[in-house]
Design a protein around this ligand. Structure first.
Ligand code: 5GP
Length: 240
């Protein structure tokens, strides 16, 4: 397999073509951005850590019947993925209220609720990723109602699989953002982006310490050390 031209460069990732039209290479960068690119920094080692963490989680989902774009790790910062047609939506799953949802609902961060909350956002930097509903998504031609149903069902299934996996590692999966695409080979709806401490809120179950991107957002120290801790613990529970 040969690495081809750069197809896309985002803040935190690059996507390269390969000689297989249905496969691309994802390269994870050390750059971190937050608050719609207002805040930006570089953490040496972050890209490699997210590549490895995401590979573990996506591989775990593949093995448990949830189709994702992940195929295999290629190197420190790179993974081979299935090519997809991007669906510009973010499906956000909440197990506890935190972050922007706490502000939106006017409750304390950490508020526990008995149900799983699923939010839908339009992935659009210019509009600052606004919350939308299924009708808006359909009206904008972003997805059909059937595809939206599928995305909600897959998101709930991902949560049912990853919550206990993180729990085994002594980590609480507070919330996570998922993205989907249509696989270029089969057309099926699959998970199409990373799942990592950049896209999830992860709290240490014993100490309550944040182990995710909030360390950067909130100017807490030890970003890379915490991501490394997540990787070490996930390796322990998936390799044993
Ligand atoms: P919030 O709405 O509090 O910013 O985010 C809720 C969850 O989704 C958090 O785990 C957060 O990391 C993730 N999330 C939401 N929007 C984005 C985004 O644009 N980029 C990334 N990487 N994660 C996001």
């Amino acid at each position: 397999m040969k690495k081809g031209e750069l197809l896309f460069e985002g803040n935190e990732k690059q996507v390269y073509a390969t000689d297989n039209p249905d496969q691309v290479i994802f390269r994870y960068k050390d750059v971190t951005v937050a608050y719609n690119n207002v805040k930006r920094a570089r953490f040496i080692g972050k890209g490699a850590l997210n590549n490895k963490i995401s590979a573990i989680l996506l591989n775990y989902l593949n093995q448990n019947g949830v189709e994702t774009h992940f195929i295999e790790i290629l190197g420190e910062k790179e993974q081979l993925c299935r090519k997809i047609e991007i669906i510009p939506l973010q499906v956000v799953v909440h197990n506890r209220i935190a972050g922007s949802l706490a502000a939106r609902l006017g409750v304390e961060e950490g508020f526990r609720h008995p149900n799983t909350i699923v939010d839908l956002r339009y992935n659009n930097d210019f509009l600052e990723d606004p919350f939308i509903n299924r009708d808006h998504a359909f009206a904008l031609g972003l997805a059909t109602y059937q595809e939206l149903d599928e995305m909600y069902n897959i998101a709930r299934r991902v949560n049912e699989l990853l919550k206990p996996l993180f729990h085994k590692a002594g980590i609480e999966l507070v919330d996570m953002k998922l993205e989907f695409g249509r696989a270029s080979d089969t057309g099926s709806i699959i998970i199409s982006d990373e799942i990592s401490p950049d896209t999830c809120r992860l709290w240490d179950e014993k100490t309550g310490e944040r182990m995710d991107k909030d360390r950067f957002r909130l100017d807490l120290s030890c970003v890379v050390e915490n991501y490394n801790n997540v990787l070490t613990r996930l390796k322990q529970v998936t390799e044993s």
